[in-house]
Design a protein around this ligand. Structure first.
Ligand code: SAM
Length: 282
């Protein structure tokens, strides 16, 4: 494998399948075979890929719980000239997994990092969703606690880009209910078990998807894709904040000022506007 001018090894970020074991590139397979060490988030899952493709490289675990210690060991080995491949439990390492931290550790020591692209759940869900793909925002996992989750949703309520969320099947019904309440009854898709035997994509309004999830609680992995804000915003956020300030100078309470203005911003909830005002005052 390659080493840099100083004799240091290289960190290879290797994308692995998100379900179907055939969804792996020839370059990733070659790299996994040739490196000195494979750092895997889920060694059992990676072992299945190894068995399927006849790979026997040594493997260690690199996951959230041991990322500091394991990361230090990996960096040490790369500095001794060894090459290491990082694989996450599925998809592109560094996307909603601890891979980012290892990349930072390597770059801080001027270790070369190369990315080998491949399957990714967010993009796969986006392209089958039927929603606008020209511009999108990947939001990863929403916070688990309801209050924080709603706050995170409020932050993207007026974003016109298609929104992509990762979610666990257990939390999906609650999250979709919050999406309906905070973002409104937009179009959305729930893409489940992508590339696997029971792949399923539910498309419809948020309320329809919420009902279907309640009828038959989802199993397996899923991605939620939600249409961006499409309302007519007659005032920009800055203009709205200025207007609130002006109304307050006229003697209106904060609540009355927000109530009056929210009517000028269709699709934007009073709650969102109220929070924006509070934020601007911090
Ligand atoms: N690094 C991965 C990637 O590039 O997509 C994502 C890892 S993240 C820890 C795992 C989340 O990805 C799951 O909770 C689910 O939201 C999504 N996911 C992974 N595989 C999936 C699949 N086959 N179908 C639907 N969603 C999937």
């Amino acid at each position: 494998m390659e080493s840099d001018k100083r004799g240091l090894g290289v960190l290879y970020l290797c994308a692995t399948p998100i379900g179907n074991l055939k969804d792996v590139t020839l370059r990733v397979l070659d790299t996994l075979r040739e490196v000195d060490l494979v750092a895997a988030e889920d060694t059992r899952r990676t072992r299945r890929l190894f068995t399927r493709h006849g790979i026997h490289s040594p493997m260690i675990s690199y996951r959230e719980e041991n990322r500091e210690k394991a990361g230090a060991r990996i960096v040490e080995r790369i500095e001794q000239g060894e090459s290491v491949a990082l694989v996450s439990d599925a998809g592109v390492p560094g996307i909603s997994d601890p891979g980012y931290h290892l990349v930072r550790m390597c770059l801080e020591r001027e270790i070369e990092v190369q990315a080998l692209p491949g399957a990714n759940a967010a993009l796969t869900a986006l392209v089958v969703s039927g929603l606008e793909t020209r511009r999108f925002a990947f939001e990863g996992f929403l916070p688990r606690k309801k209050g924080a989750r709603r706050k995170a949703l409020e932050d993207v309520a007026s974003d016109r880009r298609t929104l992509i969320f990762y979610e666990s099947p257990a939390r999906a019904p609650d999250t979709v209910a919050d999406i309906e309440e905070v973002l409104g009854d937009r179009k959305m898709a729930c893409a489940r078990e992508l590339t696997k035997r029971f792949e399923q994509v539910m498309r419809g309004r948020v309320s329809e998807v919420r009902e279907r999830l309640l009828e038959s609680p989802p199993r397996g992995e899923l991605v939620l894709v939600v249409e961006g804000f499409s309302g007519e915003v007659r005032l920009s956020e800055r203009e709205a904040l200025e207007e609130v300030r002006r109304l307050r100078e006229q003697g209106l309470s904060l609540k009355d000022a927000v109530d009056r203005l929210a009517g000028d911003i269709p699709g934007l909830s009073r709650r969102v506007l109220y929070n924006q005002v509070l934020k601007s005052q911090e």
